[in-house]
Design a protein around this ligand. Sequence first.
Ligand code: URA
Length: 257
Amino acid sequence: MTTSNVPFDQRPEDGNGGRIVPMRLQKYLARAGVASRRASENLMTAGRVTVNGEVVCELGAKVDPLVDEVAVDGATVRLADGPHTIMLNKPAGVITTMKAQSDARIVAELVPTDRYPGLYPIGRLDADTTGLLLFSTDGELGNGLLHPSHHVPKTYVARVKGAPSRRALESLRHGVVLDDGPTQPAEVETSKRDPSCVRLTIHEGRYHQVKRMLEAVGHPVISLHRESFGPLTLGSLKPGEWRELDSGEVAALRGSI
Ligand code: URA
């Protein structure tokens, strides 16, 4: 029996990036690994799904995973335990979005949304930027990592036009003025062998920030790659590949917040 006063089919929509709050019954079934959302709807309309012992056929019905008991053909169905967090080595030409808006390739096609429904990207990389992009079903972790007050470091390697002078590098270190305000201090180095290659660690996450910073000192970006996010680096992950973080890595991420 539900402990909530509000009937499960009259609770608000889940608009929380897949976190465990009242959610549509077919989403619950898919997330629990019973079947795809569409196939779960078929189970519902066939009268095979019960919530707290009552058959539920309406596709708009919602359940609260913390209190409602869901069963299919009489067998109780539970959500997998624990949230999931993965890293992707994003290739160039892929848009950071979970919803297709055109024929363009999107990151949702590269990560295991069937296995871990509710995965969403933690921040974004531009379509032409490559490298480390995190995804999680844990909204709290994502919000913590993105919150500006937490200053989680992100390291990028940029190939730029020309070779930045010492003065340009100093400006980047101290902060450059962009149209949405000055940037915070950053760590910056160039390769002695290749002075048009700049490694830059920023502690903010503003729109097109790295490209705008380098443009502001007269060195437009030709290509951009993110090699680390907080304590994590890509390691041997190849472009287009993803892997799930282990509990130590998730703990380290939490520790960086
Ligand atoms: N800064 C940028 O300009 N682009 C990115 O994709 C990430 C950081």
